[in-house]
Design a binder for this molecule. Structure first.
Ligand SMILES: Cc1ncc(COP(=O)(O)O)c(C=O)c1O
Length: 419
């Protein structure tokens, strides 16, 4: 008998099983399994459980294995196999399925970074949300929101975005077979508009900054009866993002000393707080990083109420919500949230360093939390008594971003007068 915990979806991916092996135990078959997070191949499940999960018993009777391309034909996507070790429990949120039974977001790896650890003087783990299908964490919450809307009969989505929420909406809409219109402000790079159009969505350029595009999206939702996909301010979005923390707990196995993340409108922050509360880690300090010129969260914290910035001057346009969500401000009263600012040059420098160190290209929005590590600010927070002097480890959410290429990075450096 399987307990509900053991049957909760789904921790393993496999590749290479050939037809005819239906019903065979996976152990010993000629095909290879591959770990869903790090793609490390293995020939049997026991190796996986030891290497990746490090879980000691009690041994349940079975481990579920699943894959995208089932060799057993449509509808047969799982195979029950004997397992000596404990099933890796994931919450139902980790297995959001589309019409074909496939997930929308992936479970992302957690990797230790030597370079970031050296810069911060403590072990730094990266939660690699940049490897999501749409290049950022946004797919988690937005696909969850869209799936719920689809269940209620949504006929058309509209989303106002600096880019990444739009990619996530376009992706989810396509999977659900529902049309979407994406509204972007005029400061959106042409390459981003083109990439969105290539997703098969209609793109409309409207307004100077995201807030203007948002007003347009609301108007369309009202007049056309479309469902407005808010890029950061909805409980379903936060619930979707929260899956990241549950995965983190499972993969890391221990509580980190702090979590560093970027704040734009505050959806990521709200999702991480929801996740921390879910797993009982609400005492983990969160370092919430913005760039100067897109610092509506910092301004709100200092004022003790929501503040609307007159304009967004930072190059990290994805962080450019003139007013942060009310929920973001609430989060600061529920958890220890340390607000930090970096300047644009530091964020862009961090993007470049991270590319060299980890061979990953991310947007300046993601460069902001990385800059905090690279500029020695963790140690400064420790000296100031805001963070424990004996931090064992830190997790940085590598939130990613799809709107960046080498040419764009070079253009940003030129714009900022960097070499
Ligand atoms: C790559 C990236 N990181 C961080 C953020 C900030 O997320 P939030 O608006 O949920 O605070 C965004 C928002 O668009 C983003 O695209």
């Amino acid at each position: 008998m399987k307990t509900p915990e053991e049957t909760k979806e789904l921790t393993w991916g496999w590749q290479g099983l050939s037809p005819g092996e239906k019903g065979q135990p996976v152990k010993g078959i000629p095909g290879e399994l591959s770990c869903k997070w790090c793609s490390l191949p293995s020939r049997n499940s026991a190796t996986f459980t030891k290497q990746h999960l490090g879980l000691e018993s009690p041994a349940p009777p079975h481990l579920y294995v699943w894959g995208r391309a089932s060799p057993f034909g449509p509808g047969a996507r799982r195979q029950e196999i004997p397992a000596r070790n404990k099933v890796f429990p994931l919450t139902p949120m980790a297995a959001q399925l589309d019409r074909d039974g496939r997930g929308f977001h992936i479970l992302t790896p957690v990797l230790e970074s030597t370079a970031l650890s050296k810069a911060a003087g403590t072990r730094v783990y990266m939660k690699l949300e940049n490897v999501q299908p749409t290049g950022s964490f946004k797919i988690r919450g937005i696909s969850y929101f869209c799936q719920e809307a689809a269940k209620k009969g949504c006929k058309h989505f509209v989303c106002s975005t600096g880019g990444n929420a739009g990619f996530a909406t376009a992706y989810a809409a396509k999977k659900l077979g529902i049309p979407a219109t994406i509204i972007v402000p005029t400061n959106t790079p042409q390459a981003t508009v083109q990439k969105l159009e290539e997703q098969g969505t209609e793109v409309e350029v409207f307004g100077k900054v995201w807030d203007d595009a948002y007003v347009k999206a609301l108007a369309l939702a009202e007049t056309e009866g479309w469902v407005n996909v808010h890029p950061f301010d909805h409980p379903l979005i936060w619930q979707g993002h929260a899956s990241m923390v549950r995965e983190l707990k499972d993969l890391l196995g221990h509580k980190p000393g702090a979590i560093i993340l970027a704040v734009g409108g505050g959806g990521l922050l709200a999702g991480v707080v929801a996740g921390l509360q879910d797993v009982g880690w609400q005492d983990v300090p969160i370092i919430a990083v913005e760039t100067k010129g897109a610092d509506s969260f910092n301004a709100a914290l200092r004022a003790g109420r929501l503040v609307t910035l007159p304009e967004i001057t930072s190059v990290a346009k994805c962080l450019g919500a003139k007013t942060v969500s009310a929920r973001a401000l609430e989060c600061a009263s529920e958890c220890q949230v340390i607000s930090q600012l970096v300047d644009d040059v530091e964020a862009v420098q961090a993007v470049e360093l991270f590319l060299d160190d980890e061979r990953l290209l991310v947007q300046p929005a993601c460069g902001a939390p990385l800059a905090l590590l690279y500029t020695g600010r963790v140690q400064q927070l420790q000296r100031e008594g805001l963070l424990s002097p004996d931090l064992d480890s830190i997790v940085v959410i590598v939130c990613g971003g799809s709107s960046i290429q080498m040419a764009g990075l070079q253009a940003l450096k030129t714009q900022l007068g960097m070499k």
